[in-house]
Ligand binder design. Structure first.
Ligand code: SF4
Ligand code: SF4
Ligand code: FES
Length: 232
């Protein structure tokens, strides 16, 4: 039996009690408990933002947030996943948006209602200074927004907790797009690579990939991930 070799701990998933092995991540504990995660699970490696979870520890009133694939379960933890936040996202064509701050405010006027309360920064499972990048967006300091928000996973938790109903992550995405399109010089490396593709330099490899079976592609992907993991 599992309990003979592994310490089991009680956790509450969506209000229901389960015994799960100590040391599992929330994601694996949920699967151990029988949940099949079709939403709320993506990369399993802390980069896609699909598995954001709200939890509370016993004796504490605080609601905490974490990535289910990166956060370990603790005894008596109460948790639920929030795999999607229906946050406001402005519609625009980046070609028609200028680098001036007035266009950002026009697309997200609610941004000016920011209370500077810091709730978004506290809620961010990546530990980003969300309030500071919102303040930078209000000042039109695009470079700082890019710098402070670069590691955003688009999980939406900052928007879910914002009392002024802003979507900080979507504002930051707009700013990064503006910065890439209108401020940064075009990348010569990207231009060269596009030329190479257009000239057919990778046509043979692409043809081979298209004919490769799904299981082989998956193994290739996993090998690539392992190589990347080993090199960091
Ligand atoms: S900034 Fe917002 S959307 Fe981005 S990782 Fe943090 S909480 Fe998630
Ligand atoms: S939670 Fe909302 S109101 Fe508070 S600092 Fe963040 S963006 Fe501003
Ligand atoms: S599954 Fe992608 S960040 Fe957790």
């Amino acid at each position: 039996m599992i309990s003979d070799v592994v310490k089991m701990i009680p956790v509450y998933i969506m209000g229901r009690k389960y015994e799960v092995p100590y040391g599992l991540t929330i994601l694996k504990a949920m699967e151990f408990a029988g949940y099949s995660l079709r939403r709320g699970c993506g990369c399993r490696g802390g980069v896609c933002g699909a598995c954001v979870t709200i939890y509370r520890m016993p004796g504490s009133y605080k609601l905490k947030t974490g990535l289910a694939c990166q956060t370990q379960v603790e005894p008596e933890m109460h948790l639920t996943q929030l795999p999607y936040v229906p946050a406001n996202r402005a519609l625009y064509s980046i070609k028609n948006v200028s680098a001036g701050d007035s266009d950002i405010v026009a697309l997200y006027p609610e941004m000016m209602r920011c209370l500077q309360c810091g709730t978004c920064s506290k809620a961010c499972p990546m530990g980003l200074e969300v309030m500071d990048y919102v303040a930078a967006a209000m000042r039109g300091d695009l470079e700082l927004v890019v710098e402070l928000s670069m590691e955003c996973l688009m999980c939406g938790m900052c928007a879910a907790r914002c009392p002024a109903e802003l979507s900080p992550f979507n504002i930051a995405m707009l700013v990064r797009r503006i910065y890439g399109k209108h401020v940064l010089p075009p990348s010569p490396t990207l231009k060269n690579r596009l030329n190479e593709i257009e000239q057919g330099q990778y046509a043979e490899q692409l043809r081979e990939l298209k004919q490769t079976g799904e299981d082989v592609l998956l193994r290739m992907f996993q090998d690539l991930q392992a190589t990347k993991g080993a090199s960091v």
